[in-house]
Structure formats: C-alpha cells, structure tokens
Ligand binder design. Structure first.
Ligand SMILES: C[S@@+](CC[C@H](N)C(=O)[O-])C[C@H]1O[C@@H](n2cnc3c(N)ncnc32)[C@H](O)[C@@H]1O
Length: 331
C-alpha cells in the first residue's frame, strides 16, 4: 500500500502552489512548533473572549463500544434504523447554507481538494461515472468541465475519434434537498439542460445501478455519514466495471502533535459556533465534526477498501491528515 503524505498545514495557513504536474501541493512549513503552540493558545484566548467555545473537547476515546444493532451518530450511540433519518435531518437542515459553510469552514480549501480528487480520477470523454453522496454537484461539475476541456483540446488537435461518445455522470444522493441545491447550481452554470448530468435519489448502501456498469465511482465527504461503510464499498465494487476506479475524498485524522490540538480546538469550538452564527444550527455542525472523529483512520479505511475486493489501494493525505483521498481499482 502506497502512502503519500504530501501535504501538511503551514502554521495554520496553507501555502498552495501548482506543481509541474498541475497538481496542488501544499508545502509543509512546520518550521517552528513553538509558534504553533502560541497560535493555539492565542486562538483559545480569542475564542474565550468572544464567548464561543469554552467547553472541553469531548472524551471520544471513552465512548462506549457499540453493540451489534447500534451505530454511531457523531459521539452518540443510536439504533441503526434511526441513523439514516438523523443524518437526513442534518443535511436537510444544512442544505441551504451548505456552500457558504463549506467555504467558511475550510477557508475555501474544499475546492482544491475536490479539484485534486477529479485530477486523480483522470476523467475521459464517453465515460460513465457515478458520484455518490454528490448532492450539490460540486464533484460532478468538475468532472464534466474536465471532460469538456479534454474534448476541446482534442478537437483543436484535430482528433475526433471517440469524442462523440455519450458521457454520463450520475449524481446520486439520498437527500432530495441536497439534490435540489445541485440542480439549482447546474441551472446557474448553464448546465440545466445538459444531457450528460443525471440526478438520482438513492442510497449508497443499495444502489439502483447494474453490475459492472460504471467506469468511475467517487464519493466526497459522504461515506462517513452512512450507516454501513462495508455495504457502500461492496456496492461501489459491484457497480464498477473491471478496470473501473473507486475514489473517496473524506475528512480524516490528524496525528501531528500540536497541530492535532489546534485542529481539535478549531473543530469542536469554532465550527459549531460558526454553524450557530451563520446557519442558526449548532447541532448539525457538532454532528459533522463528531462524525469525522468516528470515521476510521486512513490505514484502517484503506484495509476496508481492500476487503471489499479492490486492488492497488492507495491513499494520500492532505493538510497533515485533515483530508484523505483513498483509491482502489476493480480488476
Ligand atoms: C457533506 S455532504 C457532501 C456533498 C458533496 N459530495 C460535496 O462534497 O459537496 C454529504 C452528502 O452525503 C449524503 N448522504 C448521506 N448518507 C447517504 C447515503 N446513505 N446515500 C447517499 N447519500 C448519502 C447527504 O445527503 C449529503 O448530501
């Protein structure tokens, strides 16, 4: 298994540059751990003064083990049959402010992470692709734009063979409110009538697509919200054609000392407060950060992907583990 820890946080601010291969690389600039510690203290003092977040970090390591018909909803233990309804409520609540909150919480970096995911996918004209938990269309739009620019370049070079093939990008999400946000954004981008984009309401754990029907499968910031990760991976494997690729972008685990402390503080104090301030909804954002901590660490998730049958399982971590992109190949 190949592990690429390409990116780390640069003193809480990321310096993003475009490399020769046009990939985004954020350079590790941990020159001075002391200054990072001071930043953590300063951040704590500031938030205390602003009155946002003086609570202790939850002791998630002491969470009670889950019994067979229970699952996690953030740090809470809930019945399996309750979870999808609760997750549904979260995304119905956050749908209208989803884009704004994404930009605020990630400082706009989620755009670069999604660019990276699509760069890693290597989309091609005529492909059949499934973007699961794709509600807002962010990943699907990028795939379509990437294919359109490939097509445009090929036409300029006088290559026409195969370009007329029917590209199909399915955006599948369990939540109709999130899909509506995506459809609205497609209209705003002039993609409302685009025949390549298909919006499908459906559950990642029980996809309504045929066996061996997709060239690619992506899931961005979605898999940590499902009840059974194994079922989602089994479904991804089933619908992919031999040679098809699975890619997952997900918030992951930071284990760099000091940065982890800073990141935990940001997650548990700033994000829920931001949710309350901007979206009037602390609870949903509290769930979102808790769900990140309950998601399996990078290595464990990679082994789950391999257990589902995928080969060549790899992952790369971005921003010191804040985000990871896992990939696998169906042979
Ligand atoms: C954090 S959003 C990510 C949206 C989009 N992929 C992005 O990156 O902007 C998570 C999405 O997962 C969807 N979701 C949660 N559980 C799901 C399931 N079992 N099947 C399909 N989608 C699901 C939610 O409705 C929500 O739209």
């Amino acid at each position: 298994m190949k592990v690429l820890d390409r990116v780390a946080l640069a003193s809480c601010c990321s310096s993003v540059s475009s490399g020769d291969d046009n990939s985004f690389r954020v350079q590790a600039v941990f020159e001075d751990r002391k200054s990072l510690k001071i930043s953590a203290m300063a951040l704590r003092t500031l938030t205390r003064k602003l009155g946002i977040g003086t609570r202790l970090l939850p002791m998630f390591s002491s969470a009670s083990p889950l019994h067979s018909h229970a699952t996690s909803f953030g740090f809470k233990e809930v019945r399996e049959d309750e979870k999808s309804q609760m997750v549904g409520n979260v995304f119905s609540n956050v749908a209208s402010n989803y884009d704004l909150m994404n930009d605020l919480m990630s400082g706009g970096l989620h755009r670069l992470w999604k660019d990276r995911l699509v760069y890693d996918l290597h989309p091609f004209p005529g492909m059949k692709h499934l973007d699961v938990a794709g509600g807002t269309g962010d990943v699907a739009f990028r795939i379509l734009e990437n294919i359109n620019s490939t097509r445009h370049r090929a036409l300029q070079d006088g290559v026409e063979d195969g370009l007329q093939e029917d590209t199909q990008i399915y955006v599948c999400d369990i939540n109709p409110n999130m899909l509506n946000v995506g459809r609205k954004r497609a209209l705003e981008r002039g993609l409302g009538e685009n025949q390549s984009l298909k919006w499908v309401e459906g559950d990642a754990e029980a996809l309504r697509f045929g066996n061996d029907s997709m060239d690619g499968y992506t899931i961005a910031f979605g898999i940590r919200n499902v009840t059974h990760i194994e079922k989602v991976l089994a479904e991804a494997y089933r619908v992919l054609k031999p040679g098809g690729r699975f890619l997952c972008l997900e918030l992951s685990h930071v284990d760099i000392p000091v940065f982890k402390e800073l990141y935990d503080y940001y997650s548990f104090s700033i994000i829920p407060a931001l949710g309350e301030l901007v979206a009037g909804d602390r609870e949903s954002y509290q769930y979102l950060v808790e769900s990140i901590r309950r998601f399996p660490p990078q290595e464990k998730f990679a082994s789950m992907i391999a257990d589902a049958g995928f080969q060549k399982v790899e992952y790369e971590t971005l921003i010191g583990g804040v985000v990871a992109i896992h990939s696998g190949l169906k042979v």
